[in-house]
Design a binder for this molecule. Sequence first.
Ligand code: PHE
Length: 382
Amino acid sequence: RFQFCTIQDQIKKQQNSYSNITDKIIQYVGRDLHKIPSHPLGIIKNRIQTFFENDAITEKQSKYPLKYKIIDNLSPIVSVKQNFDSLLVPSDHPSRKKSDTYYINENQLLRCHTSAHQVELIEKNIDAFVVVGDVYRRDEIDATHYPVFHQVEIVRIFQQDQFSSKYLQHQIQESMDDLKETLERLTRHLFGDVQMRWVETTFPFTNPSMELEIYFQDKWLEVLGCGVIHQDLMKNCQRLTEVGWAAGLGLERLALLLFQIPDIRLFWSQDPRFLDQFKSGQINKFQPFSKYPSCYKDVSFYVDHKTWEENDLHSIIRDIGGDLIEKVECVDTFYNKKKDLTSKCYRIHYRSLERTLQNEEIDILQFKIRDQIKDLLKLELR
Ligand code: PHE
C-alpha cells in the first residue's frame, strides 16, 4: 500500500502544465494486476515466466544456457529518453505526440511499452531477460482497447562464438532463426497446436522486424512484435560486436483469447463474479454473468479537420464516464462548406458490468461531457 501511494504521489509531484494525465489514469498506476497469481493476467504472466525459466533454451543458446532474468518491478515512470530516444524512435514519430502518450512533464512519461527498459538492461550486460509491466497509451475505447495494459518484453543477446559465421549478415539471420524458434515454442506452450505465420513489419529499434500471427477461432490474430535488435542500438549500449533479438507481447491480448473474456474492462473488475472464476496456474473459459442493459447518447459538434485529435475526446469521455463507457463511435461526419468546418456526431454507449444504469445518472455524465467538449476542446456543439 505504502509503495502504491508513493508512486502515485511521485507522478502528482512531478506533473506540470504540460501533463495530459488525468487522476483516473493515475489511479491505475500500482494496481499491478500481473502480480496477482489468481488473476487472468497473473496466470498468463506466470505461464510465460515458467516457460522462460524451464523450457526456453534452444540448441543455439545451449552453449551459454543463460537463465532468463525475470524483472517485474520496474517503475512505469520513465524518461522520454528511455521510452523513445534510446530506441531510435524518430523525433517526428506519431507515438511521441501528446495525443498518443501520457506525459508527466516535458521529460517524463508513463511508459507506452516495456521496450523502454531494453537499453538500460542491455547496458548492464544482462543478456537474457524478461520484463513484465503495465504500459499506458491514449487510445480509442472499445472491448479490446484500454488506456492501461500489460506487456512482456523478452531479450536474448549472443556471444560472438555462438554464431557459425563471423559475418554480421549471417549472424542477424541466425539470431532471427533463434528468435522464431523461441517464440513459436512459447506460442505453442500457451495455445497448444495452433497455425502460425510470420509477417514482416517495421519498428525503429529492430531490423529486421516481424510480427507473429496465430490462426485462432477462425481468424488470423497478431500476438507479438519482435526483431533483431538494431545494430545502432547495440552500439549505443557499448556492445559493439554483439547481436541479439527482442520481442514484446501484450498480456491482455493473450488472456482475452485464452480465457474467452469478451471485454477488456473486466480485467479491472473487483466483482467476485469475475475474480472468483480463476485459479492460479489454471486456464479456463470465462462464464459471462448477466449483462446489464446498455444505452447510448449522441453528441454533435464542429471541428477543424486539420487540427482535430480524436483521442482528446476519448480522454474527456473516459475521465468523466470511467468504466461505464462501453464504446465511443463516430456515427456521422460531414463537411460544412460555408463554415469550412467538419461536423461530427459521436455515439457514446454506456453500460455497467455491475448494475442497471438509470437514465438520470447517464444524463448527468452526458451533460458533463458536453460541457467539457465546449470548455476544454473549445468546440461548438450542434
Ligand atoms: N515495443 C513494441 C510494441 O509495443 C513491441 C516490440 C518489442 C517490437 C521488442 C520489437 C521488439 O509494439
